[in-house]
Design a protein around this ligand. Structure first.
Ligand SMILES: [Fe+2]
Length: 310
């Protein structure tokens, strides 16, 4: 095996990751010694500048999660250390991956309380936006929420919906019909996930003048210095109470700030909505959602059509 010592773990140009992909290894180890000084500095800057914004805009459960996991600005976290704190709280575990995890596999990991986690760090010259996930998005944006029992149950329930979609697909006799329906199901699930786990807002517990304020629990917001404040405060953002029939038919684009966000009342409410998503899937109400973004992805489709369900 070629050694990669001396190279770092910068997003899109990490030889360690490229080698793993070439070998076809999706689940990998976190080779901690490969993080360079630049990687560590990028993490420090990303984390440091988020602290005041998290305090102002994040859901209280997220803030508790940061503490429970002992996350800090000092250094890139080690997944095995995170897991030591995380597993006793919710049974969740971060598993390092080398790249894109096809949709079914990703959701099925959630069902088993595993979170596929990117280990590379974005380039320190481009802290603000990158289309690919990185360890800051995955660990600092997603994982603090996984410490919460209710939220982690939402993810597991979501994984069950994906499993049900794969099971239903097997029973559709014609291939063309099966493909059409599964594509629609994936779109509906993708939109639900996007407007909740990635960009969800929650109504703050009503207290005096704070009655109308929201806070963020979605990782896309919580890992973005600019968009967290924009999403919560900009008058150009539309914020509406979560409506399942709207969300599953709502297109979204990933390369700019979101113009539309949905607000849930609580994690119990979100859990209930995933339950409705499951009922709707079962009733065929996710089989013909409106076309448009997210675009169909061959790998995602295959992952559902070829899913092994034990
Ligand atoms: Fe994400």
């Amino acid at each position: 095996m070629t050694t990669t010592l001396g190279h770092d773990l910068t997003t899109t140009r990490a030889p360690f990751i490229e080698e793993a992909q070439t070998r076809g290894d999706l689940f990998i180890k976190q080779p901690y010694e490969l993080y360079s000084r630049d990687n560590q500095e990028a993490w420090q800057r990303l984390y440091q500048r988020m602290i005041p914004r998290w305090q102002k805009f994040a859901n209280p459960r997220f803030l508790q999660g940061l503490e429970s996991l002992d996350l800090n600005a000092e250094r890139v976290p080690r997944l095995e250390e995170i897991n030591k704190f995380l597993e006793p709280l919710s049974g969740f575990e971060c598993k390092a991956v080398s790249g894109y995890v096809p949709a079914y596999l990703f959701f099925d990991c959630l069902r088993q309380r595993e979170f596929p986690t990117t280990i590379t760090v974005r380039d320190k010259q481009t802290l603000d936006y990158l289309p690919e996930p990185d360890i800051f998005h995955d660990i600092a944006g997603h994982v603090p929420m996984h410490t919460d029992r209710h939220f982690s149950d939402v993810l597991v329930r979501f994984g069950n919906v994906a499993r049900l979609a794969a099971q239903r697909a097997v029973e559709i006799p014609t291939k063309s019909e099966r493909v059409k329906i599964v594509e629609s199901n994936i779109k509906a699930m993708g939109r639900f996930f996007w407007f909740t786990v990635e960009f969800g807002l929650m109504r703050r517990a009503t207290s005096g003048t704070q009655a109308d304020q929201n806070c963020a629990y979605g990782s896309g917001l919580l890992s973005s210095f600019g968009e967290l404040e924009h999403g919560l405060e900009s008058p150009t953002v539309q914020r509406f109470p979560f409506q399942l029939e709207w969300v599953i038919n709502q297109v979204f684009e990933i390369d700019h700030y979101q113009p539309l966000l949905f607000v849930v009342d609580s994690f119990e409410h979100l859990f209930h909505e995933v339950g409705r998503l499951e009922d709707w899937l079962q009733a065929g109400k996710l089989d013909h959602v409106s076309p448009g973004e997210p675009a169909n992805n061959e790998e995602d489709l295959r992952s559902f059509l070829n899913a092994t369900i034990d």
